[in-house]
Design a binder for this molecule. Structure first.
Ligand SMILES: Cc1ncc(COP(=O)(O)O)c(C=O)c1O
Length: 283
């Protein structure tokens, strides 16, 4: 079998190396306990989209869980510049920083651990364009922990949401997560809905503050739309004219049905199209 990772260079604890040569310790707390923070930054023709917001979120996540940042803000972008694969139009740079390891497995806080840093680029294509027909979504209970604003690699709740889709035979559909009757987020994207020309998106009190979300809110305001940060109830979401989800890889993905019921006219809507088009111009 051809190894498609051959050309990928990774940055691992201060050194650049082929990704297949990275050897993470079995004692690393990121591996054993999910004790780590990650970030994923999209680059278009080697230029980061929302770079500053991504680096800030990384440093905020590290501070939130008490992992000392191994590099100051400026150095991250220098390290990453050397990793970008040449001649690739779009690539996502994945960054993971773990609390490190003390050559032992234990829950208790380590005294001497040095953070482990792994960074590598993943060439990608969003797969969404103006001909995209739309995606079906399914409501599910949100089973995640109570600090969803932290971009932690402990992602079991998110993974189980996708497992449910897989079990139901709809792996390519989307899940929308419901907390106390309100729809807050998807397992790897933020939620937007539009009703009567007003755009709504849940506030970032206990969801991931998505960078794409911020960019889309700014674009919507620039285009003259009112944006209200409020989570919709299930009923309100189902009565929306348009629904879409956002993340760095899929950008803006229109949801055209929720649990068998069409959203609006059951096709990607006018506001989605306007924002999707404006978003392309940011690259
Ligand atoms: C739970 C969750 N919400 C939202 C997002 C979107 O964040 P961003 O737009 O920064 O990619 C992600 C991205 O991975 C996510 O995992």
């Amino acid at each position: 079998m051809t190894n498609t990772n051959d050309d990928i260079t990774a940055f691992y604890n201060g050194e650049y190396m082929p990704i297949d040569k990275v050897a993470i310790s079995p004692f690393d707390r990121g591996f054993l306990l999910g004790d780590s923070i990650y970030e994923a930054i999209p680059f278009y023709n080697a230029k980061a989209l929302g770079g500053e917001l991504h680096y800030q979120r990384l440093l905020q996540g590290l501070a939130a869980v008490g992992i000392e940042t191994p590099y100051p803000l400026e150095q991250w972008s220098q390290i990453i510049a050397s990793l970008l694969v040449k001649n690739v139009a779009s690539q996502l740079v994945y960054i993971q920083v773990t609390r490190g390891n003390e050559q032992i497995r234990k829950h208790r806080f380590p005294v001497n651990a040095q953070p482990t840093v792994l960074i590598f680029p993943i060439p990608f294509q969003s797969g969404i364009d103006t001909n995209y027909p739309g995606c079906v979504a399914h409501l599910q209970d949100d089973m995640r922990w109570q600090c969803c604003h932290i971009k932690s690699t402990s992602l079991m709740g998110n993974v189980l949401a996708y497992r449910q889709l897989h079990t139901d035979g709809v792996s390519n559909d989307e899940a929308l997560l419901v907390r106390d009757g309100y729809v807050v987020e998807a397992p790897s994207s933020n939620l937007f809905m539009a009703k009567d020309e007003v755009i709504y998106t849940p506030p970032v009190d206990n969801i991931l503050p998505g960078v794409t979300r911020t960019l889309v809110i700014n674009l919507a305001k620039d285009l003259g739309y009112k944006v209200i940060e409020k989570a919709p109830s299930i009923e309100v979401l189902k009565s929306a004219d348009e629904v879409w989800v956002t993340n760095s890889m899929e950008e803006l993905k229109p949801i055209t049905a929720i649990d068998q019921a069409a959203v609006g006219e059951g096709v990607p809507g006018r506001l989605w199209r306007a924002l999707f088009t404006a978003f392309q111009a940011l690259k």
